[in-house]
Write a new protein. Structure first.
Lengths: 377, 198
């Protein structure tokens, strides 16, 4: 009887225990099923990050993109941490919050990146236009000036960096394009500043040139023929009765943008001169030539003063044999300081003027503002 | 007797329960992570960025799948494992693609270097033929300087190439080619002009 009662009690205990286990398990399953997994939030965050990367947010919105990545990593770390806890004690709220923040930051990064890339693209395109204008300014105004090698190099490097920048822009690498056009800008500014300073400095004598030119034109009144040479324009005019009756293209020495001061400086003198003699046939190697009376009294005085000041060495000579001669028309400045003309032009000039004709050589007849027509530099 | 039976059934249940709990596929995770790093080291993020990004994305997805499995009563890592295996295989393909792109790019840059060098040499020869006076060598300084810049760029490109910067050398050599071609056109025009005058 006692044994039967004991067995019955054990059965009841087992039944109760199993019921408890069953109920507990059911409750656990219900609780666990109620826990929201962060799967969707993390997937959305990851997709947002991928979209941001495609928009190059890692380049144009670096900090937001990195922040998004950090938040995603935190979400994953917290998820792993929560998963290591007993199933009933897991709480994915922080994981979900991190994932949501990551998605938000990625979306912000994408938006900012698109905006910045668009702005940068516009800036780069504007910079190309601006750089193009600066390079055009150099090509139109400065290219033929006797500039130093460092200025040529700077200009050429600027063109090279501009080309590289354009290639980077075409490949969609706007940041690279920006870096390259900034380099191009530094070089082009260096070249243009040096060249424009040289031009401005040269034109500081403009009033003197204008006076020389006016005097020469005035001297041509009556039947006198006067030669007026404009170095910047590279034109030799023949004036008669106050009017230019002929004009010819001319070339000078490579250092033409300076007044001749001494022998071998390859500069063409500026001032009033006269034709001393005319040469043709075997007496000149330049088809035809007209010797000028350089140095004149003014040149000698200036030369002596510079020697006294020590700006010209004692052993240096003043130079001579400055001519208007043929063999020109080469398209660049090549003489030793003479005025070079095409053979057919020197033929005409040779017939037109005689020995004793006044030759006035000036830097420019026109002021700098006219020379630089519309270019802002 | 009955209680012994119940205990045996409970023990079997526990055994089944634990046997259905798989282990985290750590070996596959480590292999995939190492494969991605090796792909990155091969420069895939630069040379085949889209394929590399897809790989990184797949890896993240695989890590999420691992955590999804971990979050369950009875973790099953099969999906995560399959994806990790796929990532490891795809990494091999991406690395191969990256290497192929590098070879292709290097061949392209090498060919361009040869072309630009030939253009520079040709330009030097053209400078010799270009109009000049007996005293006018300086007048060609601007063009010579242009050629020198193009030559310096080729040297820079060779340096970049030696350092493995294929992308940098590619855009630089293309710019040098553009430069050398424009110099050639300028010189040919000047020579033609001179020829016309004769």
């Amino acid at each position: 009887m006692m044994i039967l009662r004991k067995q019955k009690r054990i059965r009841w205990i087992i039944l109760i225990l199993l019921s408890v286990v069953f109920v507990t398990m059911t409750i656990c399953v219900i609780i666990v099923s109620q826990i929201k997994l962060p799967t969707d939030d993390l997937r959305l965050a990851r997709e947002a990050m991928t979209a941001a990367k495609e928009a190059e947010a890692n380049v144009y919105s670096e900090s937001l993109y990195k922040e998004s990545g950090r938040l995603y990593d935190s979400a994953m770390l917290n998820w792993a941490r929560e998963n290591s806890k007993f199933i009933l004690f897991r709480d994915y709220t922080r994981v979900i919050n991190f994932a949501k923040d990551s998605k938000k930051k990625a979306e912000e990064a994408e938006e900012e990146s698109i905006k910045k890339a668009s702005n940068l693209s516009k800036d780069v395109e504007a910079a190309f236009v601006s750089l193009g204008k600066k390079i055009e300014l150099y090509d139109k105004l400065f290219k033929n000036l006797p500039l130093s090698k460092s200025v040529f190099d700077a200009h050429n490097k600027s063109k090279m960096f501009l080309s590289e920048s354009k290639i980077a822009h075409e490949n969609g690498k706007l940041k690279d394009a920006e870096i390259l056009f900034k380099k191009a800008d530094i070089y082009v500014n260096h070249a243009n500043n040096a060249a424009s300073k040289m031009l401005r400095d040269y034109f500081s004598d403009y009033n003197y040139w204008r006076k020389l030119a006016n005097d020469a034109i005035a001297a041509s009144r009556g039947e006198n023929k006067v030669i007026l040479v404009d170095k910047v324009a590279h034109i030799l005019y023949v004036y008669q009765s106050g009017k230019a009756i002929r004009s010819f293209e001319v070339e000078f020495g490579p250092n033409w943008m300076a007044h001749k001061e001494y022998a071998g400086d390859r500069a063409t003198p500026e001032g009033n001169y006269h034709i001393l003699s005319k040469k043709a046939g075997g007496s000149t190697g330049y088809h035809k030539a007209m010797m000028l009376d350089y140095p004149n009294a003014e040149d000698r005085a200036r030369f002596a003063q510079k020697k006294r000041q020590g700006t010209i060495s004692r052993r240096t000579g003043i130079g001579n044999l400055i001519e208007i001669h043929g063999n020109g028309g080469r398209g660049f400045d090549w003489t030793s300081g003479c005025v070079g003309m095409k053979d057919r032009d020197i033929d005409d000039l040779y017939r037109l003027v005689g020995s004793g004709t006044r030759v006035t050589i000036v830097g420019s007849i026109e002021p700098l503002a006219v020379i630089t027509k519309g270019f802002d530099f | 007797m009955k209680s012994k039976l119940i205990i045996a059934i409970a023990a079997m249940g526990v055994t089944v329960l634990f046997s259905s709990c798989q282990k985290v596929p750590q070996a596959e995770i480590d292999a995939a992570t190492a494969a991605i790093q090796s792909v990155k080291d091969a420069g895939a993020d630069l040379y085949v960025p889209e394929a590399y990004q897809a790989l990184v994305d797949s890896m993240k997805s695989a890590n999420e799948k691992v955590e999804v499995a971990k979050a369950k009563w009875f973790p099953n890592y099969t999906k995560a494992k399959n994806l990790l295996v796929y990532v490891s295989q795809a990494a091999v393909d991406t690395k191969a693609k990256s290497e192929a792109r590098k070879v292709e790019l290097k061949a392209e840059v090498d060919a361009l270097i040869v072309e630009v060098k030939a253009l520079n040499e040709g330009n030097k020869a053209l400078i010799a033929k270009a109009p000049r006076g007996k005293e006018g060598r300086e007048a060609l300084e601007a063009i010579k300087s242009d050629v020198a810049v193009a030559e310096t760029t080729v040297t820079e490109v060779e340096g970049l190439l030696a350092n493995g910067d294929l992308l940098g050398s590619d855009s630089k050599i293309k710019a040098a080619k553009e430069k050398a071609t424009s110099i050639k056109a300028e010189l040919e025009e000047a020579i033609a002009k001179k020829g016309g005058k004769k």
